[in-house]
Ligand binder design. Sequence first.
Ligand SMILES: [Cu+2]
Length: 139
Amino acid sequence: MRILRNIFTVILLLFVSKSVYAKTIQIDFTPYDSFSIEVAHIDVGDTIEWLPNADHNVEFLGGPNMNSLPEKSKFNVSHIVNFDLPGVYLYQCTPHGNMGMLGLVVVGNNLKNLKEIEEIELSPIAKSVLQRLIVEISK
Ligand SMILES: [Cu+2]
């Protein structure tokens, strides 16, 4: 019986510690029409909160599951997304995406869909910003 209880305790601890260690990071907007963190590295299960802003928002263009991307944010409302799928996510600010206001989220250090992310159609300026951010991933 004691061994059963010990096993149960270990399972419980694993479960609790997973939720305790899940982090939330905040991303803000800079005065230069960019995201305060352009390449965010997070663990599976972590959450990102984009702070409310009147001029900028968050619109996902790609992720590990292209059929189910996080929803687009509204202006002036804090936007909270929990990332359960490992892989790379690309997002833009809707009004400033063409001028390269982009961000990447790398979940679980997993780059399996990076090729698909690189192939997403963007304006020429946004494309060069994306190339710069991809270089930053490996730094
Ligand atoms: Cu913007």
